[in-house]
Each structure stands twice: as structure tokens, then as C-alpha cells.
Ligand binder design. Structure first.
Ligand SMILES: [Mg+2]
Length: 219
């Protein structure tokens, strides 16, 4: 099949897209909600999933607005996360896919809701940080989505029309709207979930599927 999607840069979400970390994050995210707010597992899971893709801070604040227990819950989650995030594995095809995108001349970025030093350290430990043009992490006021896309656009001179965002959550899809094209990776959400949210672009069920879809855009 001839690749039909042309771009100069691909921005990947991290959790659930490059790394198989969603089961772990959901486990601690749900446990934290159950412990601090006394909600059932079912309720916490629904609250977690409906806001997944946002920094946990925002997941908590949108589920429990103004609740005095929020700061403690957020702190505990971040602590639990940092203790085990470095143990989370990349998907089996991640490294090969990123290498082949590099070979095609496409620049590869990571945009994550994990704090900058943590996400950078993750790639440094695996000795693959050099495969990425930049790893862009979270700090308050600088989030995955508009902030990160604008940063990549400005700092690396990538027009939004040449940028593609690949993510696994409905929030990711929303965040690409008005900026760049979005490719949805199924896993936590199904193709119908993305279509129901009016996604018209490509949907893939593994990162490897990207390779036959995308090629370098020429001026
Ligand atoms: Mg994700």
C-alpha cells in the first residue's frame, strides 16, 4: 500500500501509546480515588477513564472540584507513579517504529502529561533518547495539547499542517483539534469511541500500522 499520509513530524503521546503503562496508571489512579474520596471501584474506574489523557491533577480536579482532599490525593498518586514508572515497558514495536520513522526522514517527538524530568529520565535510562527530536513533558501551565504543539511548532519550525499527533485517548483526539491531524491508537478506547467523537482520520491498532500509512512530506 502506498503511504497516503504525508508529514514532517509525528508527536506521540506516551502512556498507552509508546508505553504499555495504562494498566499500572489506572490501577494507582483508581486506588487513590477510592482511598481519598471513599468512592466504589466501579465509580472510580469510570471517573478515571472519562478523564484519561489529562494530567492526574486535572483528572482529580475535574472529578472532585474544590474538594479539600485534592492536594493530598494528587501528591500520593505522583509518589506512587514515580516509584514504578521506570519499570513500565515500551510496547514491543515502539523502538522499531520510531527508528523506521527516523529512516523515512520524519522527526519524532514525545508529548506527555508526565513531569518533564521524569519522562526524560525514562528515555535516558533506556538509552533511546537520541531517537527523538525532543521529549516534551508536563509542568503546570505547559500541557500536552496546545502548549506542546505550539512549542514544537515554534522551536523546531514545524508547520501544523506537517504535524501529526498519535494518541490513545479521547482527550488526545480533542487536543489535536484545531492544531494538527490526529491518528487514534485503539486499546483503552475502540475505533467506535473515536468515531463517536467525530474522528475522521486514521485509526490504528498497533504502532507498526503507522509505517504503511505515513511518509515524509516534501515541499
Ligand atoms: Mg495516553
Amino acid at each position: 500500500m502506498t503511504p497516503e499520509i504525508h508529514c514532517k513530524a509525528i508527536v506521540f503521546d506516551f502512556d498507552g501509546t509508546l508505553a504499555d503503562s495504562m494498566p499500572f496508571l489506572e490501577e494507582i489512579g483508581v486506588a487513590t480515588m477510592m482511598k481519598h474520596y471513599g468512592v466504589s471501584r466501579e465509580d472510580a474506574t469510570q471517573r478515571y477513564r472519562s478523564t484519561t489523557g489529562l494530567p492526574y491533577e486535572h483528572q482529580i480536579k475535574s472529578n472532585f472540584p474544590g474538594d479539600p482532599r485534592n492536594e493530598e490525593a494528587i501528591e500520593e498518586f505522583e509518589q506512587l507513579k514515580i516509584e514504578r514508572i521506570f519499570d513500565q515497558e515500551l510496547f514491543s514495536d515502539t523502538v522499531a517504529v520510531v527508528e523506521q520513522l527516523n529512516d523515512k526522514g520524519i522527526e519524532v517527538f514525545v508529548s506527555s502529561s508526565t513531569f518533564q524530568p521524569t519522562i526524560e529520565e525514562y528515555f535516558r535510562r533506556r538509552r533511546i533518547i537520541g531517537m527523538f527530536k525532543a521529549i516534551v513533558g508536563y509542568r503546570p501551565g505547559f500541557e500536552k495539547g496546545a502548549d506542546h504543539f505550539n512549542h514544537i511548532h515554534r522551536e523546531f519550525d514545524i508547520p501544523f499542517t506537517d504535524m501529526i499527533f498519535v494518541g490513545d485517548s479521547l482527550k488526545d483526539q480533542k487536543r489535536a483539534e484545531g492544531f494538527c491531524r490526529f491518528i487514534a491508537l485503539t486499546g483503552m478506547f475502540t475505533e467506535s469511541d473515536f468515531r463517536r467523537q467525530n474522528h475522521q482520520g486514521a485509526v490504528i491498532d498497533s504502532l507498526s500500522a503507522l509505517l504503511s500509512l505515513v511518509s515524509l512530506a516534501h515541499d
